[in-house]
Design a protein around this ligand. Structure first.
Ligand code: ATP
Ligand code: MG
Length: 253
């Protein structure tokens, strides 16, 4: 295995391990070519927040847990990148919050669906998506496929690393959409009800801790009442700008 060559002392060990997971997922046929490119896009934005979870992201993570707690049929929509990076965290969070998991791919092939389903099944977890019986209106055929008991009837969908068109289509169906996206400028980030500007694996680990601590429906309601996604996106952009200015100032000495 190539990743044994990355020493733990490497300053960017975490990031390099994630890259290895993506490459391994690609080799297994779980991750699409475009998934590798999307990961690079995410990495670039992670530099801009110093590869750490910041306060604005923690607030969005808390709001996301609140929305899922208040949901009737919350669904966790996963793709190849999400599975390659964080299959165990997805399973853990979905279990704590009683969420269904559905495989939903932008570049759908039956082969890739089957392999992703198998990643979950080999861990004793059943997921939806292999036999779609419904469609998300407004998307072309293969991108629209979903299941009636899962995404189609969901009130809240947690859909990390999602394409902008699909996020919009889910919103048009009246769903409450939560995304995880390091790029606050992407269409998904701007169209979701809650955008967590953080790296997926870090975000899910934090969300597992928040969910494990528990939240009453009353607490959840009051968290959501004061939540404003545009404000969170603005805070993320401000943080990135100031972070760059700080680095620039330190170079000037
Ligand atoms: P959009 O379609 O929303 O305008 P896009 O086409 O750039 O944006 P997609 O490829 O459709 O984006 O979705 C992937 C998004 O996920 C990108 O914005 C990318 O920055 C982000 N991303 C990739 N890897 C991660 C990660 N590990 N954690 C968080 N975000 C990530
Ligand atoms: Mg896109």
């Amino acid at each position: 295995m190539e990743n044994f060559r990355i020493p733990k002392s490497h300053p960017r060990y975490e990031s390099l391990m994630k890259r290895e997971r993506l490459i391994e997922g690609f080799r297994k046929g779980i991750v699409a070519y475009a998934g590798l490119i999307a990961h690079g896009r995410g990495e670039a934005f992670d530099y801009l927040i110093g590869e750490k979870t910041r306060d604005f992201a923690l607030d969005s993570q808390k709001a996301a847990i609140a929305a899922i707690i208040l949901a009737k049929n919350p669904v966790f929509s996963v793709n190849g990148n999400v599975t390659a990076l964080a299959v165990d965290e997805v399973i853990q969070l979905a279990k704590i919050l009683n969420m269904k998991i559905e495989v939903n791919l932008f570049y759908r092939t039956e082969e890739r669906i089957r392999k992703i389903v198998e990643e979950f099944r080999s861990r004793g977890v059943d997921v939806l998506g292999e036999n779609p019986d419904s469609r998300i209106p407004g998307l072309d055929h293969s991108r629209a496929l979903c299941t009636r008991q899962g995404i189609y009837s969901a009130d809240v969908v947690l859909v990390p690393l999602e394409d902008g068109d699909r996020t919009r289509a889910l919103r048009n169906m009246g769903k409450f959409v939560i995304t995880v996206d390091l790029n606050p400028l992407s269409r998904s980030a701007r169209d979701a009800n809650i955008t967590i500007v953080d790296e997926l694996t870090r975000a899910l680990k934090n969300m597992i801790s928040i969910a494990s601590e528990g939240m009453t429906p009353e607490e959840a309601k009051s968290v959501l009442e004061v939540y404003d996604n545009n404000r969170q996106l603005s805070l993320a952009l401000k943080f990135m700008s100031e972070h760059l200015l700080d680095i620039s100032a330190s170079l000037e000495g």
